[in-house]
Write a protein that binds this ligand. Structure first.
Ligand SMILES: C[S@@+](CC[C@H](N)C(=O)[O-])C[C@H]1O[C@@H](n2cnc3c(N)ncnc32)[C@H](O)[C@@H]1O
Length: 308
């Protein structure tokens, strides 16, 4: 699993003439494609706009998402350390159209050209941490109220780490690890800086003194060197990232493998009602796998049945 602790500076390489040329090509092509769309359709896109099926399909013939995402991946490959760092949202299968991408990534909303390398870097950070992830302190007050003290803490699906650091402060844990899918998220968590979102970046300020290690990788495969007394896992189980039964079972096995005897796992989310059923399925699967499950679909506490 890649370790982001030792990346103290920026992961972005800059100034290469190839990247400059690729950026110019991207902007020339996508500026023209989008202009062509506006000339033909005369429809101005705005955030939150409801776009019907026909208009979406028509838009995609002018500005195909498959080609836009391929162009973005090419740019990303030329400024990130390796292919693994390319944000998942730039995979062709992540969205159906560029319109859906615009809804997710506000920095680019309504445009397709990038301009500068600095803007490209911020854009990639937002692709890895779009506003809908919403990681920030104070997000799960009910969980905070039952957290108690803990010697050591593991946060599965920690995002940019603001919730991890808040839990570290609340529990007084001396050993703190966060694991998240995107290397760029783990890097931002390690740096305590969000280049794409300065207001939220300031929310790191109270946690500067807290030591925590952030790793990127699939949380369902994580096996730490030491077990911990508290696992938290927020905004993940039952949500769009982790809905299948095998994935839920794998997550529970990860929790089991990383938890000390007598330890607890706390899981919270702010999913909309559409995810209630899959979250309640997770509670059922946990109960069948030998966990005592307390709480409701928004805020759960798990302990092993053998330790009741
Ligand atoms: C909705 S966000 C929640 C972030 C944070 N835990 C919170 O509640 O504010 C979901 C996070 O899980 C991460 N994620 C998704 N699938 C994952 C996986 N298989 N392993 C680790 N992290 C994952 C995403 O990158 C994202 O940061």
């Amino acid at each position: 699993m890649p370790h982001c602790d030792n990346i103290t500076a920026t992961p972005f390489s800059t100034g290469g003439s190839i990247l400059g040329t690729l950026l110019e090509n991207h902007d020339r092509r996508w500026g023209a494609l989008l202009q062509n769309w506006y000339d033909h359709a005369g429809v101005a896109w705005t955030p939150g706009m409801i776009v019907g099926h026909d208009l979406r399909a028509w838009f995609d013939t002018f500005c195909p998402w498959s080609e836009f995402s391929a162009s973005m991946r090419l740019l990303a490959m030329h400024c990130l350390p390796s292919q693994e760092w390319i944000p998942q949202s730039l995979l062709e299968s992540s969205f159906e159209t560029l319109l859906d991408f615009w809804e997710d990534v506000e920095l680019l909303a309504g445009q397709a050209t990038i301009g500068t390398e600095d803007f490209l870097h911020r854009l990639l950070c937002e692709c890895a941490d779009p506003p809908r992830f919403g990681t920030r302190p104070g997000r799960y007050p009910e969980q905070l109220a039952i957290m108690g003290r803990a010697e050591s803490l593991l946060d599965l699906g920690c995002g940019v780490g603001l919730g991890t650091l808040e839990a570290a402060r609340a529990t007084g844990a001396a050993e703190v690890t966060g694991v998240t899918l995107e290397p760029l998220e783990a890097w931002m968590a390690t740096q305590r800086r969000l280049p794409h979102d300065l207001p939220r970046s300031r929310e790191f300020a109270p946690f500067k003194d807290i030591h925590a290690k952030f790793l990127s990788g699939d949380a369902t495969e994580y096996r730490g060197d030491h077990r911990v007394s508290l696992v938290i896992c927020n905004g993940l189980a039952g949500g769009r990232f982790l809905k299948s039964t095998p994935k839920m079972k794998a997550l529970l096995e990860t929790v089991d493998a990383n938890l000390l005897p007598g330890g607890r796992a706390l899981l919270a989310n702010s999913f909309h009602q559409g995810f209630r059923k899959s979250t309640e399925d997770f509670m059922q699967i946990a109960a069948e796998a030998g966990w005592k499950v307390d709480g409701d679909w928004r805020c759960l506490a798990l302990v092993r049945n053998s330790e009741k």
